[in-house]
Design a protein around this ligand. Structure first.
Ligand code: FUL
Length: 491
């Protein structure tokens, strides 16, 4: 009898302890219905990728060739794809996307389906294959490979008719079967208008909604290269951000409603912001050229974007939950111009030095400033790992998080990251520093965070930083906070 009652007492005590503990412990949060795939998460982590616009336009000085250019014009004298790749890699670009065929239809590889290619050019006496050289250099230096294959073809006689679709799919098959691993296909929305079209020299318009069988084109690409990510105005994996100036919206949701998107005809304002209630996760890719043009023009040698301008673009793309796609156009030699290489290198060194020392790394994060009562420690946001995350321990949607840097530091850059594998949740945040003993002074605020949000503020000095969240009818969650002092060259 005695032992039975003490057993009951122990049981009661355990139950009570468990119930108290479960009230103290944070309840796990379920991922939202729309989350990125594993491949999309890895892509987003690359942050900066590059474009290589090189073709017959490099030799004619045009941006859009008409399609009647003779292949004999294509004659780079010192082409060295390794020079492109090494410069890109030193500039921190993790992938390069080559224009294998631009709107003029000239192919940088000896396609079996057309005579309009390198095989009829003086380059290596018609034995050259720029796509091969590009891919080999990327693979050698550990840079990922992407191909741009223009859907619009101003050279092809069958453009606008069913015959061209077959040709396009044949070319896609060549590119995705002959060159080893390809990581991204870039489908341009620019389409239709006048052109050579096999000698017809006329204007051809296509119905953007029906001409290209995009579903079967994407299925073909994914079948030939499992794991490949596809870019277009409408995804299915990566989306255009609605401008070619390299910036995402101040508010930028990776989620978007796919039924509102049409390749080549989507609303650019919608693409630039996204939609918190969207039914698809499409990474925002911010394309921009390091020069005014996409192709090389000698008269633009003095107009190369400066390192500071590139840094500014980095904050407006990567710092707003996007990926920066920076174009580097080789010149007539087949080399990146010295000015472009120097600017890219200086840009990366500013970024590296600004984000080298995270003043918040390993510091105390909690929901109180009271050191004797650091409840609900939020170590996850200062552990340097984007795979761990913190969310409010209570049901309260708006929760405050306090960072104690351990001492007063000067800083002017703040990084916030959401655990996007749980979906994109935060739609409002504000940052404060402790001013005096009790007052909090606001230093920044914003809407979305996503994979990464970078904030540029006036330099301040503080030991305590408070972050206040709001979220789209769900609990907010945060994976990392970074606090930095920018490189002088950045200012
Ligand atoms: C656009 C094209 O028309 C430009 O020439 C360039 O290739 C850019 C990246 O995409 O739609």
């Amino acid at each position: 009898m005695k032992s039975k009652s003490s057993f009951s007492l122990i049981l009661l005590a355990c139950t009570l302890a468990l119930s108290i503990a479960s009230k103290c412990l944070a309840q796990p949060i379920a991922p939202l219905p729309v989350v990125p795939s594993f491949e999309q998460q890895a892509y987003q982590q690359m942050e900066t990728v590059g474009f290589i616009h090189f073709s017959i336009n490099t030799f004619t000085g045009k941006e859009w060739g008409y399609g009647d250019e003779s292949p004999s014009l294509f004659n780079p004298t010192a082409l060295n794809a390794e020079q492109w790749v090494i410069a890109a890699k030193e500039g921190g670009l993790k992938e390069l996307i080559l224009t294998t065929k631009h709107h003029d239809g000239f192919c940088l590889w000896p396609s079996a389906y057309t005579e309009h290619s390198v095989k009829n050019s003086p380059y290596k006496n018609g034995k050259g294959d720029v796509v091969r050289e590009f891919v080999d250099a990327c693979h050698k230096h550990g840079v990922k490979v992407g191909f741009y294959l223009s859907p619009w073809d101003r050279n092809h006689a069958g453009y606008g008719k069913p015959a061209y679709i077959e040709y396009y799919k044949n070319q896609l098959t060549e590119l995705l079967t002959l060159y080893g691993k390809v990581d991204e296909m870039w489908f341009d929305g620019a389409n239709g208008g006048d052109g050579y079209y096999g000698g017809a020299r006329e204007s051809r318009t296509i119905d953007r909604e029906t001409y290209y069988p995009w579903t079967s084109i994407f299925t073909l690409a994914k079948k030939l290269q499992p794991g490949i990510l596809i870019f277009s105005d409408a995804g299915p994996d990566i989306r255009w951000v609605g401008n070619e100036h390299g910036y995402a919206g101040e508010t930028f949701w990776s989620t978007i409603d796919k039924s509102k998107l049409v390749i080549g005809a989507s609303d650019s304002d919608y693409l630039n912001v996204g939609d918190p209630h969207g039914n698809a996760w499409l990474i925002g890719q911010c394309d921009v050229s390091i020069r005014p043009g996409w192709f090389y023009h000698p008269e633009q040698d003095t107009m190369v974007k400066s390192p500071r301008q590139l840094v500014d673009l980095y904050y407006k793309s990567v710092g707003r939950n996007g990926v920066l796609l920076l174009n580097l156009p080789p010149d007539k030699r087949g080399l990146l111009h010295e000015a472009d290489v120097a600017s890219l290198k200086a840009f990366r060194s500013i970024i590296d030095s600004t984000f080298h020392t995270n003043l918040a790394l390993g510091k105390v994060a909690s929901i109180t400033t009271d050191k004797t009562n650091y409840r609900y420690a939020a170590r996850e946001v200062t552990d340097g790992k984007s795979t761990t995350s913190w969310y409010p321990p209570t049901d309260k949607q708006t929760e405050e998080l306090v960072l104690d840097l351990g001492a007063e530091y000067a800083f002017d850059r703040i990084m916030l990251q959401e655990p996007i594998f749980l979906g994109q949740r935060i739609n409002q945040f504000a940052l404060y520093i402790k001013d005096g003993d009790t007052l909090w002074k606001e230093i920044a605020s914003g809407t979305t965070i996503g994979y990464k949000r970078l904030l540029r503020i006036e330099q301040v000095k503080a030991q305590y930083i408070k972050i206040v969240f709001g979220a789209e009818d769900v609990k907010p969650a945060l994976s990392e906070v970074g606090v930095y002092l920018s490189d002088d060259a950045e200012k």
